[in-house]
Design a protein around this ligand. Structure first.
Ligand code: PAF
Length: 290
């Protein structure tokens, strides 16, 4: 444990973080937790700030989890900016940061808990990134065992991940102990959803990527006049027409289970979810349609 200023305690090892948090719990402090993979941006910081409104002590983890990358090249290219991340976290007075190595999260000779999420892990992101959500479940379970938070804050940009983690918390029997906060997607002025991956886009790429949200917004205006299939085709063609852009899916799905809908009256709450490659970078976004 090492304080870098009067506010931030840094932990590389779970056992020292656990000891620190045990003391906090004995003092009846309520703990909020924001898990991240680093390369922090304003979206992550808004989660920390939100956590600070609800909890006495906020823990942020920074760990690029190899288990959730199905593509080794994607893992290798994932931005790692630890020094800058720690400065950003200090600037907003995050109380504790856990930034372990792989061995600390997945110690050798110990079995890692595994969870199953049924169809939810096989559709949309799960279909395009096999094994991704199994890896997310594995790491978040381990982090929750270490931090034992009262509250967990996640961004809605990864909407399917939010539902996966809600299922995880349920399967771990922690629904009563952990309050889940799904926070609105932070966006650039252009509408582009903030993401660590945006750092790899050129300025032109960022302009192209901003079209994703414009198309999502157009879907909101257009949906009563089209079927879900027609609207998805329109959105796919609009994205395909952009240079250096290749959409993977535009899906309209029930907000509760993300199963696709064929008619607007099939669900009370519908979300539009999009995955698009821009300049070779895979971006996702989503929004509530109604
Ligand atoms: O959303 C992320 O950054 C990651 O999937 C998470 C939740 C930190 C697990 O590695």
């Amino acid at each position: 444990m090492r304080p870098i200023n009067s506010y931030v305690y840094l932990f590389k090892y779970a056992h020292s973080l656990e000891a620190f948090l045990l003391k906090a719990r004995e003092e009846d402090q309520k703990i909020g937790f924001v898990p991240t993979m680093g390369a922090l941006h304003a979206g992550h910081l808004s989660l920390i700030t939100e956590a600070q409104k609800h909890y006495d002590l906020v823990v942020c983890s920074i760990f690029v989890n190899p288990a959730q990358f199905n593509d080794p090249a994607d893992l290798a290219k994932y931005p790692r900016t630890l020094e800058r991340d720690l400065e950003l976290l200090a600037s907003i007075h995050t109380q504790a940061v856990y930034f372990p190595e792989v061995d600390d999260v997945y110690p050798q000779n110990t079995t890692t808990e595994k969870f199953q999420f049924g169809q939810l892990e096989e559709i949309l992101e799960g279909a395009h990134r096999p094994g991704h959500f199994a890896g997310v479940g594995m790491v978040v379970a381990r982090l929750l065992r270490i931090v034992q938070p009262h509250g967990l804050l996640l961004g809605e940009k990864d909407y399917q991940q939010c539902l996966i983690i809600a299922s995880l918390v349920h399967q771990m029997g922690l629904t009563e102990q952990i309050q889940l906060h799904f926070c609105p997607t932070a966006r650039e002025v252009s509408g582009l959803a903030m993401s660590s991956r945006n750092e790899r886009l050129s300025e032109k790429g960022k302009e192209l990527a901003a079209q994703i949200y414009l198309i999502i917004q157009a879907c909101r205006d257009k949906y009563p006049h089209f079927t879900p299939v027609e609207l998805s085709d329109w959105a796919m063609h609009s994205l395909e027409a952009l240079p250096d852009t290749r959409p993977e899916y535009v899906a309209f799905a029930d907000a509760g289970n993300l199963l696709p809908i064929n008619g607007w009256n099939e669900s009370k709450e519908v979300r539009v979810l999009v995955a698009v490659w821009v300049e070779g970078i895979r971006l996702i976004d989503n929004a509530r349609l109604f």
